[in-house]
Structure formats: C-alpha cells, structure tokens
Design a protein around this ligand. Structure first.
Ligand SMILES: [Zn+2]
Length: 568
C-alpha cells in the first residue's frame, strides 16, 4: 500500500494516557491508517527520530468567531500543535443573526472580548442568518478544524431584539429561543454557551443580553441539547459563588445529562482557597454521576494594560466610570483628589473581587519617558516607595505624566505551584482556557499546551507526558463529542502534533500587525513544535504555515446536513 505521508521513528503518545512506545505512523486520505513498524512506501516520508508524535491538540475555549473569517489558521494556534478549535464560548457568537442586528452582536465582542471594533467591521463578512449557514460558509476555507457553540447572547438578541438587554423573556420567547438552539445544533453546532457573568457588558455599557436571563430560561435552552442527546453546555457565571453556581451546574447536568464545562477553576491570589472549594464542590457532582468540568488555564495570567485601554478595574464602579470616559475627561478625573478618594473607597468594598487590590502584583512593563526608566520592571508598590507616595497616587501620577501610555502588567492567577499541580491533575478539570481571539491587545495564551508540556511536565514534573497529552486531546474530544479525533488509532482523523519533548515551550507574547487594517495584536510562538498536521496534511512546520487548507467544520451527530436559513 502506498501512503500519502509517513512519519518514521517517532515516540507515539497516543492520547489514551497509556505509556509511549516507538513506532511509525502512516496517513492516507486524511486518516491514520497504520501505526507500528510500517513496510510500505509513501508519497512523502519524514524522519521524526527523537520526537513525540501525539494527536493534535484541541483548544476548546476560543473566541475565534471573527478571526477565523480572515485567518483560516486561527494563528497562533497551529504554532502550538493545535489542530482543532472550539469557538462561540461565553454566550458570544456571530449567529444566528437577523439582518440589521449585526451591530448589536459586535457590541458584545468589542467590550467583553476586547476585540477592536475596526477589526470586526473590516474582517467579518456578514451575510448569514442561521448558525448552520454561518458554519457552512467556513467549509473549504479552513486551515485548522473548527467547531462552534451557539451563543445565548446571539439567540436572545435574535428573539428579543433591543429588549434583550433590558428584561426577562416571556414563556413564548423562551420557546422560540429554544427552537433556535435546536436549529443551530441541527445545523452543526457542537453545543450551547451561556454567560451571566456580572462583569460582562457591551460596548454601550448595557449588560450582555444573556445576563437578563432567569434560571428557567437557561434551563429551557439547555433542555434543547438534552432532547437531542447531543452537545456540550458551556457556562460562564462569573466569579464563582460556590453554593449557587454549583447547584446550577448540578441541576443542568442532571436534567439534560449533557456534559457541562464551566469557567473558571484556578488559583487566584485574591481568593487563595477558592480552587479547593471548587474542586470539592465539583467532585460531589461527579460522584453523583453527572459531569461538570471546570476549565483551567496552565499559564499564570498576566494582563498588559494602560490607563487608555484596560478592563482590570471594571468591577469597581468609580474606576469603571472613569476609565470609560473620553480621554480628556479621564485625564482630569484621574488627577482629581476627590476621584482618587472614591477610587480608594471602591477598594474597601468587602465583596470578593477578581482584582486583588495588591499593588505588589501590578508591575510597570514599559515607560514612555527616559527619566521614568528606573521604574521599568518595578511593582507599583515599589514605585510608591521610590517616590515617597502612596502606591495609588504613584500609579496614577506615573501614567498621567506619560499621557496614559505607560504599560503595566497585572498578575493574578496561577502563581501557587502546589495548587496548580493539584488542579491540573484533577480528572474533573479540563485544561485549556486560551481565550484565543479575545483580549488581543492585553495578552496571548495560545501556548497553554506548550506551557503544560514544557513548564508543568518537563520542568516541574507534576504529571507524566502521556497524561498531559491525554488531557490536551482525547479528554477534550470526548467531552465535546468530537468523534474520531483525539487518539492515534487507525481510522481516526490524521490530526497530529509532533514535538521535541526536551525543548517544547511557549515564547513570550509578541506584537504583530496582522489583523485587518494592520491593527496590532499579541501573538505567541512556540519552541520545539515541529509539525502540525490537520486531516493528513502539514499546516505548520517549525513555526511556518504551509498555505494548505485541509481544515473542516466539526459537527455533532445532531447535524442534519446543509442548513436552511431560518426566517429573518
Ligand atoms: Zn470566554
């Protein structure tokens, strides 16, 4: 037999979690056809001696809904061995949509996901109505595989229009939304996402529509998946309130019997015991036979920001108001002693917040003026001490002196090694929370997999290589219902990540100007990732994209074939 592509002499880590073994792997017509000692020839043979051959990684938490329209590779995903992505998370999706409502959907993406408006205006080629129609238009234009969740925000906007940001839905409206979710699933969505995170608002300051949903609305829309017996439910309820949120996950899982993935399980400096409470709460749900996976990132979260452009302080009312003002008014307010008094008062609110209110965790990344160079790399607490000022004053004075262009970094999560090791190893945790395609000027976490393999497996030895690969591949494919992917087995899709286990790591994010209109954003490269193969074809070799477009839209068994646009 002649194969299309043959990788010889690799260390096979097959995604099952079983120990690695030496072998060749042969691909034909987009599938894996043989593994082991292979005697036949191939159109192309590549020696991968010393490298690991693994299933391609699956990034289940992205906001690539827009970017995939102009970037068929969803860069920098392939650079890290990622061969499939899931978009439509957190309730945000670009379909279903009525003609004239496109703008309303953009408003959520611009603010919640911090994707510059001009980029979406230039890059998204509208024209679809139904979710299936949106997916169908991607077919044939993809370098990477793409699956989509239908988002509650889009569904609610579709049925309630402008009232979607103002009120609860009527019983009849809920039924129409439920029907839309069902149609989206039959059009190829792999699940449903919802978002009642109270930090999430649109560009115009209104809450994202899904925040107005009562519990019963959420339940009914999730029931659409239960009735189809297909799909995953992704839930973003925001800052985890243990009793309330876990009761909700348990209830939804029980009534639908569908897997739930919730955001976000992590170590955060501002609530150092939260992760343990979350793991305990979720263990109880699994013990009772229901599935509610916590999603977790592998990377310490670092957000870059300036006072011209930031979401770091959004949970504090005075800060939020001031940082949404036009620049001139904002400058005045930041200098005003009364405003600063109110800033301080905001920080004394006893309610737990994501922002830790600890100036030693906020660092000066880059200054504008040479006389401020001495502050680079220092924490705001240190800057305060150097200037003989209160840290808050030092922080605002530094930024004001540089026309609000000073770049800061805020680190909040992922800092505690022991906590992270326990979280990453938990069978109730899904690894991967890249948020790729979102917050594009604040950070880049495309490399969550490379970081797992480099930092947590090789350097810190918190788990075996085969367990890490399992968690990046088959575990995700199983929860998300991506049949025939995530394992190296004959008959499975030929999606591969081939890397050097001694070198793999993610690089520091760097700026690129590759968004529509030459807009800047942060990308992230990898070291040690050699080949990324999608459906049997190499799409990325040593960080270089091939130009080939073998990607497919991935759908669930509920898919009924080419979709018919719903009446708009
Ligand atoms: Zn998200």
């Amino acid at each position: 037999m002649s194969y299309d592509l043959l990788f010889r002499g690799g260390r096979i880590v097959d995604g099952s979690g079983l120990p690695p073994y030496m072998g060749d792997i042969a691909l034909k017509d987009g599938k894996i056809v043989e593994i082991g000692r292979i005697h036949g020839g191939a159109v192309k043979t590549i020696n991968v001696d010393g490298l690991v051959v693994a299933p391609g990684f699956i990034d289940h938490h992205t906001h690539m809904d827009g970017q995939i329209q102009w970037d068929p590779y969803a860069t920098s995903e392939p650079e890290h061995g990622i061969t499939s992505i899931v978009m439509g998370n957190c309730g945000l999706a670009l379909a279903p949509v009525k003609t004239g409502d496109e703008e309303a959907l953009i408003k959520s993406f611009v603010r919640v996901e911090a994707i510059p408006r001009s980029v979406l205006e230039q890059g998204v080629r509208w024209g679809w109505h139904s979710y299936g129609d949106y997916l169908d238009r991607l077919e044939g234009r993809l370098g990477i595989n793409v699956a989509g969740l239908v988002g509650h925000i889009a569904v609610r906007q579709y049925v309630l229009g402008d009232a979607s940001t103002e009120r609860a839905a009527t019983t009849e409206e809920v039924q129409r939304m439920k029907q839309l979710v069902r149609e989206a699933m039959e059009g190829g969505a792999i699940g449903f996402s919802t978002n009642r995170n109270d930090r999430h608002m649109r560009e115009d300051g209104k809450p994202v529509p899904s925040r107005l949903a009562e519990d019963e609305e959420v339940f009914q829309l999730c029931d659409a998946l239960g009735e189809l017996n297909a799909g995953v439910i992704q839930i973003n309820e925001g800052q985890t309130k243990i009793a309330k949120h876990f009761a909700l996950y348990d209830h939804v899982a029980r009534r639908t019997q569908r897997p739930i993935v919730w955001q976000i399980l992590r170590y955060i400096a501002s609530r150092p015991n939260l992760w343990k409470e979350q793991l305990d709460a979720v263990a109880a749900i699994f013990q009772s036979g229901q599935r509610a996976y916590g999603a977790c990132s592998t990377m310490p979260t670092v957000r870059r920001f300036t006072l011209k452009n930031t979401q770091v302080f959004d949970e504090f009312p005075t800060w939020k108001n001031v940082l949404c003002m036009p620049i001139d008014a904002r400058r005045q307010a930041l200098a005003d002693p009364e405003t600063r008094r109110r800033f301080r008062a905001d920080f004394t609110d006893p309610r737990p917040t994501l922002f830790h209110r600890r100036w030693e965790f906020v660092k000066v990344e880059k200054v504008v003026k040479s006389e401020n160079e001495k502050f680079t790399g220092k924490s705001v607490a240190e800057v305060g001490a150097m200037c003989g000022e209160d840290p808050l004053d030092a922080f605002l004075n530094l930024a004001l002196g540089e026309d609000l262009e000073t770049a800061f970094q805020n680190a909040n999560s992922g800092g505690d090694q022991q906590a992270m090791a326990e979280i990453l190893r938990s069978p109730h945790v899904l690894i991967g929370n890249s948020d790729a395609g979102a917050h594009v000027q604040y950070g880049a976490q495309f490399g969550y997999g490379s970081t797992l393999l480099g930092l947590w497996v090789r350097e810190r030895e918190v788990m075996s290589l085969e367990l890490a690969v399992h968690k990046l591949t088959f575990e995700v494919a199983s929860v998300y219902g991506l049949a025939g992917r995530g394992l190296l087995q004959p008959g499975y899709a030929a999606d591969l990540a081939i890397f050097d286990p001694g070198k793999i790591q993610s690089c520091e994010p760097e700026w690129a100007q590759d968004y529509p209109g030459g807009t800047k954003r942060l990308i992230q490269r990898a070291l040690g990732m050699h080949y990324t193969v999608v459906n049997g074809r190499v799409i990325c070799e040593d960080g270089r994209l091939s130009g080939d477009l073998p990607g497919q839209v991935l759908r669930t068994p509920a898919y009924k074939g080419q979709s018919v646009a719903v009446g708009a």
